[in-house]
Design a protein around this ligand. Structure first.
Ligand code: PLP
Length: 355
């Protein structure tokens, strides 16, 4: 039976990413060695990093003066590296979910943290829009896509202070105006690569403004100066990321990724809104294109387990909602084909007919 992979992350990747990486794991560039066995300083590997950086810049139209870094530690390590490198006195955070809250918690160890707004009281079902960013903050931190709650900030906001974004779960799903940010970061394990790789897009001249000592490995300048090769980078995930970046380019770039994301999300949200059994959990105007969260209406709540079984028997994988939202979450990342969303919609319609 065909499987439809709606996992939230690690998640579906383009088939070409998997096949090309598998080939290189067996034999890297005809060298007779596995990609897992070569030195990151091998002369064949540097072009992999260089092309991946170049494609990042090309696909996201990154202006001059920015670096692209490939690090380890996940987005979670960035929660601590960001304040280490940028927070001198005060930082502002928008609290739109668990990940934003975790980022805020780390920052509190470095200085004053202002929570400009929060939707915690509404279980993060919306993105607050009415807030003031303190003009004396060292930076303003946002989470562009809230993977757990299915809300998203799909515009590049104007901030009076340097803007930093965790874009772990919606990078490469739309064109971004990178010039509005001093830093965009994320774990690669959704729209880019297998787990183990963190991407960082950083404005070079935004650094060097804090007075504290920054440990070498936690200092972005170290990684800029060494082209992500200060220590051994995650070689296999970087190779896989390059395959995905090539795929995005071949498919027509981020504009095309956005067109497909809108098409898939419309299909599923329309069914959620039409179907008598289901209801979406996120505020309509903040709905994420990447993570689509829905539950059974109150009067049908006891059918939730039945629907899960019904859908699983028809090949749906990973649609169980996060425990803090419940119900269902269908993650529709770039590599998820429209046919998978159509299959889920058909499943919802068939189940509705039975009830
Ligand atoms: N930020 C967001 C928006 C996420 O979705 C996740 C993981 O799902 C993280 C941060 C944490 O990423 P990592 O597991 O790479 O540390």
């Amino acid at each position: 039976m065909k499987k439809h992979n709606f996992n939230a992350g690690p998640s579906i990747l383009p088939q070409s990413t998997i096949e090309n990486t598998a080939k290189a794991i067996l034999d890297f560039n005809g060298s007779g060695l596995s990609l897992m066995e070569i030195s990151h300083r091998a002369k064949d590997f540097q072009p992999v990093v260089d092309e991946a950086v170049a494609l990042f810049k090309e696909l996201l139209n990154i202006p001059e003066g920015y670096s692209v870094l490939f690090l380890g530690g996940g987005a979670s390590l960035e929660f601590c590296m960001v304040p280490f490198n940028f927070l001198e006195k005060k930082a502002a955070y928008l609290n739109t979910g668990v990940w934003a809250k975790k980022a805020m918690k780390e920052a509190k160890a470095f200085g004053e943290v202002v929570e400009v707004a929060s939707s915690a009281d509404a279980n993060y079902t919306f993105v607050p829009k009415d807030y003031t960013i303190p003009a004396d903050a060292d930076y303003f931190h946002i989470t562009t896509n809230n993977t757990i709650y299915g809300t998203e900030i799909r515009t590049d906001i104007d901030s009076p202070v340097p803007l930093i974004a965790d874009a772990s779960s919606d990078i490469f799903s739309r064109p971004m105006d990178v010039s509005k940010y001093v830093m965009i970061y994320g774990g690669a394990q959704k729209n880019l690569a297998p787990a183990g790789l963190t991407f960082v897009i950083i404005k070079n001249d935004a650094l060097g403004k804090v007075s504290r000592y920054i440990p070498t490995m936690l200092n972005y300048q170290t990684h800029i100066d060494n082209g992500s090769m200060f220590n051994t980078p995650p070689v296999v995930p970087i190779y896989a990321a390059l395959q995905t970046l090539r795929w995005i380019k071949e498919q027509g770039g981020v504009k095309e990724m956005e067109r497909r994301a809108i098409e898939k999300a419309d299909l599923l949200y329309n069914e959620i809104d039409r179907n008598k059994l289901f209801v979406g959990t996120a505020n309509k105007e903040d709905r994420s294109l990447m993570n689509i969260c829905f539950v059974m209406k109150d009067e049908y709540k006891d059918l939730e387990a039945d629907f899960m079984k019904f859908a699983t028997e028809r090949g749906m994988v990973g649609i169980k909602g996060h425990r803090s939202v419940g119900g269902f979450r269908a993650s529709c990342y770039n590599a998820l084909p429209k046919e998978s969303v159509e299959a889920l919609v058909a499943c919802m319609q068939e189940f509705e007919k039975q009830h």
